[in-house]
Design a protein around this ligand. Structure first.
Ligand SMILES: NC(=O)c1ccc[n+]([C@@H]2O[C@H](COP(=O)([O-])OP(=O)(O)OC[C@H]3O[C@@H](n4cnc5c(N)ncnc54)[C@H](O)[C@@H]3O)[C@@H](O)[C@H]2O)c1
Length: 386
């Protein structure tokens, strides 16, 4: 069989501070992809970036990019309020679509994206990096191999993000301080922008481990009180029941100084009838001053067994758990393979919509102060409109 030429990809939102540098690294490192064009709104910035990365084409107008027959795939690394309209336009122009999470602002938008891709026979992938994170996949494999028996509970926790020094310098010490992330409408999350942005990650991870969907969620909220979100309310704990009614889960979030606890970043504990797994995710690992930890540890029969994964330490986080570029690289590798070889996607538009819906149900639960059935979220419900 003739070798397929690399897919020609346009990176949209190329000048972004957070996801774009990671996508730039990934798109330039996989042989199945060719970074062909960059798109954003600032022409001078784009010229400079294109020169730096030896990319030929730049676009400040998305419609002109879509008219370029030389582009096979658009990579949408733009704020969530633009996801639906840009993904639908790309599908209608016959381009495959990779769109970052959260997939859209409502279930209805997500359905339109799925329908547009199907109508044009293009592929739609939601860039759910936690679902493809190496330690999360390894944990899923151990679960499927029966290492912890039947899963009973998933406990997730997010503590302080801790950037490494070069990332701190690049971000001028401001972290991921970009305006849309704190804006009720642009983020789509209403009073709870942070959860709108991260909810899909935690539900995708829970579904990966449990192998079943999310049925009911309950959110706990209080005054956020810290950082740019201080005036908004924060969701600091979420509990849920999986659709099989046999597994439940919880997530909690506490912003203290990193040294106040042994861990930083995201981690999961998966409790089974025979054993427990501890798995570190984005930015996850030992806090400063504590002994370095393995990304995955299996506790069983009174013994702890560590699993190390190939890969270097992380480019962004203080962690030996290479999340940032490696997880995105895994997603892109999978997507390129699926497009080129016409294979099913492990995480498609339906998956993206499922995790978006659980996220919207979480915000609804916080707003209404009661448990929410995920299936009760209306197609047109948008958190920022409440
Ligand atoms: N999977 C992950 O781990 C991960 C990490 C970070 C961000 N994200 C997601 O990536 C997306 C982008 O987030 P970010 O924090 O990198 O945002 P950002 O604000 O840093 O970058 C967004 C870029 O989009 C550009 N843009 C806005 N409107 C545009 C338009 N009409 N045409 C072209 N460019 C336009 C902006 O100028 C900006 O450069 C979000 O959906 C976010 O949730 C995912």
């Amino acid at each position: 069989m003739a070798e397929h030429p690399p897919l020609k990809v346009a990176l949209v939102g190329a000048l972004g501070k957070v996801a774009a540098p990671c996508h730039l690294n990934v798109l330039r490192s996989l042989p199945s992809l060719e970074l062909t064009a960059l798109c954003d709104t600032d022409e001078a910035g784009l010229r400079q970036l294109a020169q730096q990365h030896e990319v030929d084409q730049i676009y400040t107008r998305y419609d002109e990019l879509l008219a370029d027959p030389g582009i096979d795939v658009v990579d949408l690394v733009i704020p969530p309020f633009l996801h639906a309209e840009m993904a639908i336009a790309a599908a209608q122009a016959g381009k495959h679509v990779y769109v970052e999470k959260p997939m859209a602002l409502s279930r209805g938008q997500a359905q339109e994206m799925i329908q547009a891709a199907a109508a044009s026979s293009v592929r739609l992938m939601v860039g759910e990096s936690y679902y493809f994170h190496g330690p999360h996949r390894l944990a899923r494999d151990l679960i499927q191999a029966g290492e912890i028996g039947e899963i009973r509970q998933i406990r997730q926790c997010k503590q302080a993000w801790l950037f490494n020094e070069s990332e701190n310098r690049r971000l001028n010490g401001l972290g991921h301080d970009v305006a849309w992330r704190f804006d009720p409408q642009l983020s789509g999350g209403g009073q709870f922008p942070w959860v709108m942005d991260h909810g899909p990650h935690l539900f995708a991870t829970a579904r990966l481990f449990a192998g079943s969907g999310i049925q009911t969620v309950t959110a706990l909220q209080r005054k956020h009180g810290v950082g740019r979100e201080w005036q908004l309310r924060g969701i600091t704990a979420i509990s849920w029941v999986h659709s099989d009614d046999a597994v439940d889960g919880m997530w909690c979030h506490c912003e203290t100084i990193p040294e106040a606890g042994p861990w930083v970043g995201f981690r999961s504990e998966i409790l089974g009838t025979k054993g427990t797994l501890r798995v570190f995710g984005e930015g996850g690992g030992a806090a400063p001053g504590f002994t370095q930890v393995a990304p995955v540890t299996l506790y069983r029969q009174g013994k702890a067994r560590d699993f190390q994964l190939d890969g270097s330490s992380d480019r962004s986080w203080v962690s030996n758990n290479s999340y940032y570029d490696q997880a995105h690289r895994n997603v892109w590798d999978h997507f390129a393979d699926a497009v080129i070889n016409e294979l099913p996607l492990a995480y498609d538009g339906i998956s993206g919509m499922e995790d978006l819906t659980a996220t919207l149900a979480t915000i609804q639960s916080a707003v209404r102060g009661c448990a929410t059935e995920v299936s009760s979220v209306a197609d047109d419900w948008q958190a920022w409109k409440t």
